[in-house]
Design a protein around this ligand. Sequence first.
Ligand SMILES: Cc1cc2nc3c(=O)[nH]c(=O)nc-3n(C[C@H](O)[C@H](O)[C@H](O)COP(=O)(O)O)c2cc1C
Length: 166
Amino acid sequence: MYLRPNGQSARRDRQMNTQAGTLRASTAGQLVSVLYRSHALLSRDAFEASGAPAQFAANNRLRGITGYLHIEDGMFYQHLEGEAGAIGPLWNAIAADPRHRDVTEIGGGAIATRRFDRWAMGYNASDHRSLFDWTARSGLSLKGRHYAQVLTAFLEYASAGARVPA
Ligand SMILES: Cc1cc2nc3c(=O)[nH]c(=O)nc-3n(C[C@H](O)[C@H](O)[C@H](O)COP(=O)(O)O)c2cc1C
C-alpha cells in the first residue's frame, strides 16, 4: 500500500511516485497497473469542455493502455494498466500534470491480466455512479487497508455504465 496522508506536497508525492520502484523494476513488456487519486485543479465542466477525456483515450489507444477515470467532489481517481514501457512515461507525465495536485499512488504493480480491457480510458461524465453513495450503500469503507480493493471494485462498477470517449 502506497497511500500517503493528505497535506504532503505534490512535489514530494511526485518524487515518491516516480521512484516507487514497482514500475522501474519491471521489464518494459511486463503488464502493470497504477491506481491513484488526486485533487483536481479545474472543474469537471472545464475538464470535459477541454476535450481531455477523449484526448487521453486516443493517446491510450495508441499505447495499448486501458483504464478508467472517475471524477467526484473535486477528486480524480484513475486506474491505468498496460505494458510497463508505456505506463512508466505516462505515470511520470500524470504526476507532473498541472491540472491536479497531491497525486497519491494507492496501489499498483505487476498484473497478470487487465481489468479494464474494454476501455482505452473509460470515463463517466454523469453523477449517477457515485463512489461515496456506492460505499455507503455497500457498507464498505474508504478508510483502512482495503482502500485499493474497494476503490478498484467501485471503478469496475462505474465502468459498467460508462462510455468510451469518441
Ligand atoms: C487526472 C488526469 C488523468 C490523465 N490521464 C491520462 C491518460 O489516461 N492518458 C494520457 O495520455 N494522458 C493522461 N493525462 C494527461 C497527461 O498528464 C499528459 O498531459 C499527456 O499524457 C501528454 O500527452 P501527449 O503525449 O499527447 O503530450 C491525464 C492527466 C490528468 C490530470
